[in-house]
Design a protein around this ligand. Sequence first.
Ligand code: NAD
Length: 460
Amino acid sequence: MKIAVIGTGYVGLVSGVCFSDFGHEVVCVDKNPEKISMLEAGRIPIYEPGLDALLSTNVEAGRLSFTTDLRAAVDGAEAIFIAVGTPTRRGDGHADLTYVFAAAEEIARALTGYAVIVTKSTVPVGTNRKVAAIVRTTRPDIDFDVASNPEFLREGAAIDDFMRPDRVVVGVESDRAKGVMGSIYRPLFLRDFPIVYTDLESAEMIKYAANAFLATKITFINEIAALCERVGADIKAVARGMGLDNRIGNKFLHAGPGYGGSCFPKDTSALARIGQDHACPMQITETVMKVNDAVKRRMIDKIIDLCGGSVNGKTIGVLGVTFKPDTDDMREAPSLTIVPALVGGGAKVRVTDPQGRREGEALLPGVTWVDDAYSAAQDADAIVILTQWNEFRALDLSRLAKSMTTPKMADLRNIYSEEDTGAAGFTAYVSVGRRDSFKGELFQQSQEARPGRSSLSGTV
Ligand code: NAD
């Protein structure tokens, strides 16, 4: 089958590469000529583990190509995927559909025969019908169908998610379109991955509901973490005890500095606006957004407390700035709130990230970029772990502590413990939702009641 994918970003590129690996003939289109030149030269414009190898294999096999020429790509394609960005619209929080509608019009003008126009971008309910209306108005002479095929891949694990999905959701309204979509995903169907066929509106809603639910789960555990600090409970034990319940599950129960990334912030915002527009407020989602903002602010306070009430003049090493490990994506990363607050408070901030520098340099003015955690810690007053990259999971803590002016750590991903860091020579350690993080009366009482326990956090 010949497939065109419009938009060669995180989703379009991964989808195009994986479709070609299924055996389809795929042309990936982007209007950004630099991206296309890089791809034609066999280089990947994003960081996604395993993507370069899979791309080369399929280019060499003659199944995958790249172009800026949408017309040529659409010519003869049986399915055309729209995978362009749907960022938050400035000013009102809605999804900005400018790119989707522009792509729909360009596709319509380029159509040479029947095709299924598939929206893979995350779009509000009703968008596929608008896409259909645009195509019908632009090309009343051509027979076509639309389909909604939201994408659920996670950056950093995108290929595995695409090749081994929990489910594929397809919204279609004709048997012909269903047949085309079925043929595209046949390799997954043959391996028993479920395909959920539904109507257009339900497919569009599934994506927003799924993302809002996941954002809620993360935010819930972050809020419970704040209470754990107050009452002297340990969020890791609490999350484990909750997560072993099959009805709850253990995923998305890791307390941290708040959710970020290219999807949750914009999709929760869009869902809240859709609810308002339909006089059906999404109160849970709206609260989740507010709590998530508060979580990030709480992290800033934690770092300031760790530094003795002010970061002014302090040197702080920040480990990790991408919104999660294994991606270079900086969109809405918690670091974009936390690091500027430290810089604004007068700190000298040294930043390291295995993949974040290329994007991060423009987004985090006033910081110094260094190559690794040890350079970030050199003569620092504190280090802050913001992203749980593997290379930050097994640091030589003694080496870090020895190189610092005051060995203090804010571990916002709960990688280490008070005991590990104390034994390595750190004089202060704070994390999220654990006893070390609370300095009040209850904590003192619980410390007294637990003889032999390090009193490290009392020094924070
Ligand atoms: P992105 O910004 O990385 O990529 C979008 C690409 O589309 C850009 O390269 C841009 O140049 C290109 N483009 C825009 N208009 C075009 C046009 N008319 N013709 C050709 N190219 C055009 O975006 P992304 O992260 O891949 O997200 C795409 C969509 O997928 C969004 O709706 C997003 O919500 C959704 N989604 C993203 C993820 C994720 O993890 N990134 C996961 C699931 C769903």
